[in-house]
Write a protein that binds this ligand. Structure first.
Ligand code: BGC
Length: 370
């Protein structure tokens, strides 16, 4: 099943890549046309990735001749709702939305449906509304498995230096559907090692209701890490941290350094992450954060551009995944599974950072300090 899914994503990327080549040829002639307004709403400007996402989607759509209204919602739900309402009023022909809270948009999406505006959930699935026409993201469960694989590799769990090795778990925001996929995917990989006694959760804290981090706040994660270190680590040493997000990785590492980790006798715990932000790349190259998961925002942006264009040209997108993402709503009396495009992510360590991040142009050598 998983292999099939992988093949599916690979095939899809190829289809999209073929689309990109065609797009390139047509760009100039189409740029002159005005194909109408597309509303793009990103959750916040304050995280590196959403700025890149917004810029990639905007540039791609404008190159095809669409006008783009790009909004950032300051991680504030009423602001996001208001921005979507404004875009509907302005006559947007399609809405691309990365939600803040996956269940908070039902009313405004009902307005979009009444106005016959197709809605694409961007990266984060919008839940409990049938008025989400497509979902474009990475294979989030697979991303979570990669987060687990990072610890398996970095902590050498298949041939451990001692047992048990001690970890703590951090999850993403409980109002973001992705956070559950990441956590479940990671635990799918780590559970066998916990069951066999190779890994032990030092505090015993697990489950998204306990280890989740509202709004992905690195400050909240740092405070929790500080509390864990003082409550559970006077007589044991922390060997690894499951982190779903680079700023959480960096802040938990800071908390560890503050209590003496980072010396030859007491090395920093092995920490992964997600998003491949500049600061984490620097930390990886400096031998501190062990790894991250790169989800190339350019690829997601281009896939979005292709999907928007396909829909607005009156064509039906082909080859979508129609089994993976139910969103707790019903369409035509049946449980609704949102047709999805699921892309592939890459684990980045010190060993392949140059090749995967710099040589591909995702970040420059100057940015990461190479
Ligand atoms: C995204 C991640 C991002 C996180 C915090 C998730 O929904 O998939 O890439 O790190 O939100 O913004």
């Amino acid at each position: 099943m998983k292999t099939q899914k992988k093949l599916f994503s690979t095939a899809l990327v190829l289809v999209l890549a073929a689309g990109m080549v065609l797009t390139g040829c047509k760009k100039q002639e189409e740029a002159a046309e005005d194909k109408g307004l597309v509303g793009v709403v990103m959750p916040t400007r304050s995280e590196e990735r959403w700025n890149k996402d917004g810029a990639a989607v905007q540039a791609g759509l404008e190159a095809l001749g669409y006008a783009v209204d790009l909004q950032f919602s300051d991680d504030d739900i009423p602001t996001q709702v208001r921005q979507i309402e404004d875009l509907i009023t302005k006559g947007a022909k399609c809405l691309v939305i990365a939600s803040i809270d996956g269940v908070a948009l039902s009313d405004v999406l009902a307005q979009a449906a009444t106005a016959k505006i197709p809605v694409i959930a961007y990266d984060r699935l919008i839940m409990k509304s049938p008025n989400v026409d497509y979902y474009l993201s990475f294979d989030n469960y697979a991303v979570g498995q990669q987060m687990g694989d990072i610890l398996i590799q970095g902590m050498n769990l298949d041939s451990p230096a001692k047992t048990p090795l001690i970890i703590e778990l951090f999850g993403g925001s409980p109002d973001d559907n992705n956070a559950y996929k990441f956590y479940d995917g990671a635990m799918d990989r780590l559970k066998p090692y916990i069951d066999s006694g190779v890994l032990k959760i030092g505090s015993g804290q697990q489950g998204m209701d306990v280890v989740g981090t509202l709004r992905w706040s690195n400050e909240a994660a740092m405070a929790r890490m500080e509390n864990l270190l003082s409550a559970y680590y006077t007589n044991q040493t922390l060997d690894g941290i499951l982190s779903p997000y680079d700023p959480i990785s960096l802040s938990t590492l800071e908390a560890c350094k503050a209590v003496g980790y980072g010396t030859p006798d007491k090395p920093l715990p092995v920490v992964g992450g997600q998003d491949c932000i500049v600061a984490s790349c620097k930390s990886i190259l400096a031998g501190e954060q062990y790894a991250t998961v790169l989800k190339d925002t350019r690829v997601l942006g281009e896939a979005t551009v292709q999907l928007v264009d396909t829909i607005l040209q009156g064509n039906v997108p082909a080859g979508l995944d129609t089994t993976s993402y139910p969103n707790d709503s019903t369409r035509n009396g049946a449980a609704y599974i949102v047709p999805s495009v699921l892309l592939k992510s890459v684990i980045v360590t010190k060993d392949n950072l140059k090749q995967e991040v710099v040589d591909t142009g995702y970040l420059t050598a100057d940015e990461v300090g190479l």
